[in-house]
Design a protein around this ligand. Structure first.
Ligand code: OKP
Ligand code: ZN
Length: 316
């Protein structure tokens, strides 16, 4: 499988996030992407290609142009070590702007769109190593380590060529992605995540959220208890894959977060490292043209190996 990666993400390196009014070290580190790409090289998972530049209009199809401009302007105006928490376009205190934020976030979108181009050119499976992640970024708000919604932008781009299903397996509900397609019937959003009654992003991801208007029935939320283990998860995943099969999309996008891992420092269901090859195998079993987009996963000592186990299921 082809892997799309650039080290442009390194210029986005916020020193802290604000949690309960206290500054804590930023969990969404550059080291995350570094350990993943190192594993991909070691295990020879795929040829690594660089993203190609894509026009801003693909971002602006999902995000308010003023929001995009404001993120660019804020990044450009900051001093070298500046960190900004702009109040207006921000939904929480977990997505600070630094001088390199706009460029890194845009490069992550380019990685997602380049992955989409590869699918359009008949590639069976592609992995876009996006950093920063995207699924909490909404129409005009950054939040939860996310600035531009890589998966939503790629899904919208691919939707010009056929129906798209998004399967979000990050520990956290992808509220930004859900919002982007809430009233659309041509993009199915299916998410498995920790119960939003007690996990970030709190306000959304409940089972009763199923879409609106024409989109009714095209959003599926499966909140899970934090005690969910490998067997529980695979059972629920198989049901979720059934909805995708029934929808019969042309393309599948996986918002792939690995913070469901039991020892994840900020998430953590009870999934062991064995789970990720089984999850990958089950998804690959759909035999759809599939783009995997990196979202969360914060245990840097295990991240490389669990992402590698997952990706290997999509080879050949
Ligand atoms: C982004 B993604 C812990 C609070 C962190 C923000 C979580 C963002 C997750 N100090 N809350 O979905 O992995
Ligand atoms: Zn997450």
């Amino acid at each position: 499988m082809k892997v799309v990666y650039t080290d442009a993400h390194r210029q986005h390196n916020p020193p802290f996030e604000i949690y309960d009014d206290v500054k804590v070290p930023y969990a969404e580190t550059a080291a995350r992407a570094e350990v993943i790409i190192a594993t991909i090289r070691e295990q020879q998972i795929g040829p690594i290609v660089s993203p190609r530049d894509h026009a801003l209009r693909y971002i602006e199809a999902i995000h308010l142009p003023e929001y995009v401009r404001s993120l660019r302007r804020h990044s450009q105006q900051l001093d070298t070590n500046g960190v900004l928490y702009p109040s207006y376009f921000m939904s929480d205190t977990y997505a600070p702007v630094t001088p390199g934020t706009f460029a890194a976030a845009r490069a992550a979108v380019d990685a997602a769109l380049t992955g989409a181009d590869l699918l359009l050119h008949e590639e069976a499976a592609v992995y876009s190593l996006c950093r920063p992640p995207g699924h909490h970024a909404a129409h005009h708000s950054m939040g939860g380590y996310c600035y531009f919604n890589n998966a939503a932008i790629a899904a919208n781009y691919l939707s010009a060529h056929g129906r798209v299903a998004i399967l979000d397996i990050d520990y956290h509900h992808g509220n930004g992605t859900q919002d982007a397609f809430y009233d659309r019937a041509d993009v199915l959003y299916v998410s498995l995540h920790a119960d939003p009654a007690t996990a970030y992003p709190y306000g959304s991801g409940f089972a009763h959220e199923t879409g609106r208007g024409k989109g009714r029935g095209f959003t599926v939320n499966v909140p899970l208890p934090k005690t969910t283990n490998d067997a529980d998860y695979l059972r629920v995943l198989r049901t979720a894959l059934g909805y995708i099969k029934k929808f019969a999309p042309e393309y599948l996008i996986v918002s792939a977060g690995f913070d469901t891992f039991i020892d994840d420092p900020i998430g953590g269901l009870r999934l062991t490292h064995h789970a990720y090859s089984s999850i990958g195998k089950a998804i690959a079993g759909l035999s759809l043209p599939t783009m995997i987009i990196q979202e969360g996963g914060y245990n840097v000592s295990h991240l490389g190996s669990i992402v590698g186990d997952f990706l290997k299921q999509f080879q050949g």
